[in-house]
Design a protein around this ligand. Structure first.
Ligand code: GLN
Length: 491
């Protein structure tokens, strides 16, 4: 338990701000000081602009002074993953190829945050173009897990998770294509929610795999995540895949559903080798907790689970190979300096060879291969069909249950370097998270205990657009435990 402002929840801070017990400038300063004290160790930020953040805080204080608060996020520092466009700020995707790029416009979720009065705080490190599970694939630096600096923070939103966990941001935005919000949240002991595909606009999110990508909130409490989700959700004319449906009041849902006895499914394929799964102990205790408050449990089956990792790594790489074609050294990315280019193809090749890291190159090559004529049917088309079957598994399961409980990741955070020489073993650690992206359903990870002194997460998967139920189910666990007040022992 810490009294520092930087470790308070957004909901608590918002009340303190409303009662004028603190100012937003004071809060921002506390977060800046904390960042300066610990970020040499954690390395969560690619960059931040202290002056600009304090200017935003001053504006928030002025609004409050004039009785014009914009709601629960007004004056709260929100860390931003370096994959989202904020006008006039760097947008690097942690890639050398975008090292000098400044965004000319705001992503829709950023515009919404600005309208909520939130302070946009810094650019958070990630795996390059969100490809990875450890933030080791970043082209800028390697972020450390605040709970053990020798361990990875998870990825690809590793900076977003580590910053919130270490008190360098109150809440943050991440993106999740195959687990990139939930898995780092699990590894850093915080809450992270991947919304239903279409819940949040992707306009201004640098695309990795467009049919899987979603922007989502990360925070130290379920309530904070609900409030942040509220601010970024909704239909957007700039993203035709964003969905035209009502956005419920997520924070109110937590109270509205209080005491509800949910019917919860346990996917049998996820628990088959339970004794080999390091994170299973705390997850099993969480299941016992839900039983103790009257929830009913049913075994369900997701029979196509074994194909999920392979399907994802075909679909995601195919889409990535197409999306990343725009980084060609001609329009706005790094252009190779010392070349003796014969033609424009030569310029593309040299610029991309210099600008992209190894994992990105691997994925572009894999994606190009699975889409190439002669292999398209065998790989890409087959993966699309399998994806439909995976989605159908969830449709069937949700006929019987309100939500599913699973581990978020098979193990707690691993040591740096443990998987970096073996991409396949890294890919396999996404086993519990990627099906939700293939099926388009929402998922949340919240802290449920420790293994070897490192936090592990419980994953709750829900029906499409039922994020209100997810946060209510999560809050039932969170409010009966004290994990949200437990912080890493950083100095
Ligand atoms: N770890 C997965 C990958 O490497 C997921 C990444 C993500 O969700 N952005 O593709």
């Amino acid at each position: 338990m810490s009294d520092a402002l930087y470790y308070k929840s957004a909901s608590e801070l918002s009340e303190l701000l409303a009662r004028k017990e603190i100012s937003s400038v004071e809060l921002m300063q506390s977060v800046i000081d904390r960042t300066k004290a610990v970020d040499d160790q954690v390395k969560a930020f690619n960059s931040f602009d202290e002056k600009d953040a304090l200017k935003q805080a001053t504006e928030s204080d002025k609004r409050r002074e004039e009785g014009e608060s914009r709601g629960p996020l007004d004056g709260i520092p929100v860390g931003i993953k370096d994959v989202l466009a904020v006008k006039d700020q760097p947008l690097t995707c942690s890639s050398k190829i975008l090292a000098d790029f400044i965004s000319p416009y705001d992503a829709t979720c950023i515009r919404n945050l600005k309208q909520s009065g939130a302070i946009l705080w810094g650019r958070l490190n990630m795996d390059e173009f969100a490809m990875g599970s450890s933030t080791e694939n970043s082209g800028t630096k390697v972020t450390c897990n605040p709970w053990n600096l020798d361990c990875i923070p998870g990825g690809s939103s590793g900076g977003s998770a580590a910053a919130v966990s270490a008190g360098e941001a109150i809440v943050s935005l991440g993106s999740d294509t195959g687990g990139s919000i939930r898995q780092p949240a699990s590894h850093c002991g915080i809450v992270g929610l991947k919304p239903t595909y279409g819940r949040v606009s992707r306009y201004g999110l640098a695309a990795f795999a467009s049919s899987l990508d979603q922007v989502g909130p990360m925070g130290r409490t379920v309530r904070d995540v609900a409030a942040l989700l509220q601010s970024i959700s909704g239909h957007d004319i700039h993203d035709s895949t964003s969905y035209k449906t009502e956005v419920p009041d997520y924070v109110a849902a937590i109270d509205r559903f209080k005491g509800k006895k949910w019917t919860i499914g346990l996917p049998k394929e996820y628990f088959e080798n339970a004794s080999d799964v390091a994170s299973m102990g705390p997850v099993e205790k969480a299941i016992e907790f839900y039983k103790s408050i009257g929830c009913e449990f049913k075994e369900v089956s997701l029979p196509h689970t074994e194909y999920a990792v392979a399907t994802y790594y075909i679909v995601a790489t195919a889409e990535a190979s197409s999306n990343l074609a725009r980084y060609d050294g001609i329009r706005y990315t790094h252009r190779a300096a010392e070349f003796d280019a014969k033609d424009s193809v030569d310029i593309y090749c040299q610029s991309r060879a210099e600008g992209f890291g190894n994992e990105v190159k691997r994925r572009v090559l894999l994606g190009t291969y699975v889409l190439s004529s002669g292999y398209y049917d065998a790989y890409y088309l087959k993966a699309q069909k399998t994806r439909t079957l995976i989605r159908q598994d969830f449709v069937e399961a949700f006929k019987e249950v309100d939500a599913l409980l699973t581990p978020t990741a098979p193990s707690p955070a691993f040591k740096r370097g443990a998987h970096s020489g073996d991409p396949l073993s890294m890919y396999l650690s996404d086993i519990y998270t990627i099906s939700a992206n293939l099926a388009g359903i929402p998922g949340m990870s919240l802290p449920c205990g420790y293994v070897d002194g490192l936090p592990v997460g419980l994953q709750i998967l829900g029906k499409p657009f039922k994020e209100d139920e997810l946060v209510a189910i999560g809050d039932a666990f969170e409010s009966a435990h004290d994990y949200k007040n437990e912080h890493p022992a950083l100095v």
